[in-house]
Design a protein. Structure first.
Ligand SMILES: *Cc1c(COP(=O)(O)O)cnc(C)c1O
Length: 480
């Protein structure tokens, strides 16, 4: 068992020794209100530098990461992020920049942001991009604020947003936070928006529809141009959840499909390691008619200088301090430049190929409720295995014993016992084949010795935990 850092503490041990400061000591009471001064000894671990290095290396090794093994977490695009983008983002001349520096000192950084805005507009088929939002869901929130302002300016009181039953949970959440009522539209037997059902929901209260295409089943909405026509004929807007951009870059563009607003998850598609809770970036792009509503500042060029533009007449305001998560945006910029136009397109082609390869190899053993050619991901059902006494959660735990991060489970909600698998383009055929073998082996284990699978995970620092208790009282949920 790993010891706590406090258990490793030895009184008087030090990681580093600081030189005498050379100024005389003053009485803290003379400068700080005495009620604010802590009289008690601080409970700090006393350890050497090597103790600390070992401690955190040991903790780090307990985590799964893309450098340790396959990570097919659906909807999350856990691709390998080239280390060169990391190095670039930590160049002193970038990381040493202060946000309050005058723009005459920051022309390079501003040019980079300006170009990135244009690259993203080009990839998504939008007219103007703001790099401000700090995450995908934050981009959604900003996008929905734009929808709200747009109709307010037009003097229309539209109160509802349509969201399909396959949507990512953040979509209805973002719309709701902006005060919209959520109207759900059902999927049809092909896993796509049911056009007839959509038509029934249309009326003058509908402000927008939030969609991702391909949708969360990994299926491309074939009727997207018809959906777009239905919405626009009704005066409504179309919002594109761009978290799934890895499937379509350089091949299809949300703007061409008819979408008016897009967010991009740069930390999924464009090379920023994620999974530890951030930081990320969720730039949003809009069509010309919504340009004035974008959050400020955007970066512009006046023919001579790059500058921060705050003059957007109808802006929703600021959604984040300063200019967005610059380090993350820098990685996206480096990634796009290093891949080039053809490379970015190849990413999507390979991501789709890899997903279809896995889907075809696994669909005989696991149920595939929506059996169509997929985009960057696909969703299996563990229903067959559940009948044999092992549910999807247990399958996921068993994968951990084979050094595979489990796929996303129980999402999207329209698939029973869902296993949502997204291999990404960065994996080789050998890794995919190994994963197929593991999945087939687990299915066989479930038939022959389900009790073994139910015990999983057996090779992780803690075994199966009570997930509700773990969330509420993390220190009591697991007893060895
Ligand atoms: C990840 C994801 C989001 C949310 O993005 P965050 O950066 O985690 O806020 C939204 N929609 C879809 C489909 C996603 O996969």
């Amino acid at each position: 068992m790993t010891k706590l850092i406090f258990e490793k503490s030895k009184q008087g041990r030090r990681g580093c020794l600081l030189p005498e400061v050379g100024v005389s000591e003053i009485d803290p009471d003379s400068i700080i209100d005495s009620s604010l001064i802590n009289e008690e000894e601080l409970m700090l671990p006393e350890v050497s530098e090597l103790d600390i290095a070992r401690h955190y290396t040991e903790l780090g090794n307990k985590n799964h990461c893309i450098e340790k093994g396959f990570y097919p977490l659906g909807s999350c695009t856990m691709k390998y992020n080239p280390k060169v983008n990391e190095s670039l983002s930590t160049l002193l001349r970038f990381k040493g920049l202060h946000p309050y520096l005058p723009i005459s000192f920051t022309q390079g950084a501003l040019e980079l942001m300006y170009e990135l805005q244009n690259f993203l507009a080009d990839i998504t088929g939008m007219d103007k991009v703001s790099l401000q939002p700090a995450a995908g869901s934050h981009g959604e929130f900003a996008g929905m604020l734009i929808v709200k302002e747009y109709f307010k300016n037009k003097g229309e009181n539209r109160t509802k947003v349509i969201v399909p039953d396959s949507a990512h949970g953040t979509n209805p959440a973002s719309a709701k936070m902006c005060g919209f009522e959520i109207i759900e539209v059902k999927s049809n037997e092909k896993g796509q928006v049911d056009i007839e059902k959509l038509k029934e929901l249309i009326n003058e209260d509908i402000a927008a529809i939030m969609l991702t295409n391909p949708n969360t089943l990994g299926i491309f909405e074939e009727n997207i141009t018809e959906i777009s026509k239905i919405m626009h004929d009704n005066g409504s807007l179309l919002y594109y959840d761009g978290a799934n951009l890895n499937a379509i870059m350089g091949i299809a563009r949300p703007g061409d499909m008819g979408f008016d607003i897009v967010h991009i998850n740069t930390h999924k598609t464009l090379s920023t390691p994620h999974g530890g809770g951030g930081p990320g970036a969720g730039p949003i792009g809009v069509k010309k008619k919504l340009e004035d509503y974008l959050p400020v500042p955007t970066v512009d060029f006046n023919g001579e200088n790059f500058y921060l533009k705050y003059e957007h007449p109808k802006t929703i305001g600021k959604v984040r301090s300063f200019y967005g998560n610059f380090g993350v945006l820098l990685r996206a910029y480096a990634y796009i430049l290093s891949m080039g136009k053809e490379g970015v397109r190849q990413v999507s082609m390979d991501a789709v190929l890899n997903a279809n390869y896995l889907k075809e190899k696994l669909k005989g053993t696991y149920l595939l409720p929506y059996d169509y050619s997929c985009m960057h991901e696909f969703v299996l059902s563990g229903d067959k295995q559940k009948e044999q006494g092992v549910n999807t959660l247990c399958i996921a735990k068993r994968m951990m014993d084979y050094n595979v991060h489990p796929p996303t489970v129980y999402f999207p909600l329209i698939v029973h016992e869902a296993l949502m698998i997204e291999p990404t383009e960065t994996e080789s055929k050998e890794v995919l084949d190994e994963f197929i073998e593991i999945m087939l082996k687990i299915a066989k284990e479930i038939e022959e010795k389900p009790e073994e699978v139910l015990k999983a995970p057996t090779k992780t620092p803690v075994g199966k935990i009570d997930e509700v208790l773990a969330a509420k009282k993390p220190n009591t949920a697991y007893k060895k």
